[in-house]
Design a protein around this ligand. Structure first.
Ligand code: ZN
Length: 277
């Protein structure tokens, strides 16, 4: 068994506190070491533990929420993407508050936190899930396809916002620790300024600010960008976090055109059903 194929957990507990993007409330997530093959799970209030997989998704409107009964946690996707991208398999996430902290709107602070936590190899082989044939979800302008591959995970993402400064952006990346940390993790959440009023009226984006998102207005971007194509990179981050909900490391390629959390979660559901371990 090679060291690289061993499952990994965090070497020591770490935690982060911050504002929730949608509720605006102060939230905290504490990452604790977990047993081999435990996967990622969320410990919510009153002893409720929710596995980090698609069977426990309770909402995919603008962000992905997991829950069980009365207990739920929102905005899990950036943390899940960071755990997948940084190849940390088993973690218990203790959550205080209704959401995972939004940090700076990207996964960069989670990557830094995971580096601070350190890695502990667990001596148990990492499981990979493979597909026998391609899986398609969605249709029309928004669709995704997952295809079998021999090693690792590659993501292709296309976004199109015609008539805006974003236009059409495409990204192709292989998910390795270094490429994830460099190319995908730093890309922040964005919001169309004209949509913000509507989102707030629906009780969303209450914690959104220039601290954790960048804006797209009729005149162009509001605030400085980290990448000229930060929009498509953030969509790749969301896609990875949602695909991680299939519950194992997927070996293959995913191409998503105009993805949304709803589409990503549908894909994760199909992958969970069809992946062969
Ligand atoms: Zn996001």
């Amino acid at each position: 068994m090679s060291t690289r194929a061993e499952q990994v957990t965090v070497a020591r507990p770490v935690s982060k506190e911050g504002i929730g993007l949608h509720t605006g409330e102060v939230c905290r997530a504490r990452l604790l070491p977990a047993e081999p093959s435990a996967g990622v799970a969320f410990a919510l209030g009153s002893g409720c533990v929710v596995p980090g997989n698609v069977d426990h998704v309770v909402s995919s409107q603008r962000a992905t929420a997991l829950g069980s009964g009365e207990e739920r946690v929102g905005n899990v996707e950036h943390l899940l993407a960071a755990l997948y991208g940084m190849q940390v398999d088993n973690v218990m996430v203790e959550v205080e508050g209704p959401e995972i902290p939004s940090c700076d709107g990207s996964a960069l602070e989670w990557v830094e936190l995971l580096r601070e936590a350190g890695r502990r190899a667990q001596g148990t082989q990492r499981e990979a899930g493979r597909l026998g044939e391609a899986v398609w979800v969605g249709g029309g302008e928004s669709w995704a396809v997952a295809t079998p591959g021999r090693s690792g995970l590659a993501l292709g993402v296309v976004v199109e916002f015609p008539g805006t400064v974003v236009g059409r952006q495409t990204l192709w990346t292989r998910v390795s620790r270094s490429r994830f940390a460099r190319e995908v993790a730093p890309a922040r959440t964005f919001a169309f300024i004209e949509e913000l009023e509507g989102l707030r009226a629906r009780g969303l984006a209450r914690g959104g600010s220039v601290e954790n998102a960048f804006g797209i207005g009729p005149e162009g971007y509001v605030g400085a960008l980290r990448f000229p194509d930060e929009v498509v990179r953030h969509k790749a981050l969301d896609l990875l976090g949602d695909v991680a909900l299939c519950g194992v490391r997927f070996t293959g390629q995913v191409v998503a055109v105009r993805p949304s959390h709803e589409l990503n979660v549908e894909l994760a559901r199909e992958l969970r059903r069809r992946l062969v371990r």
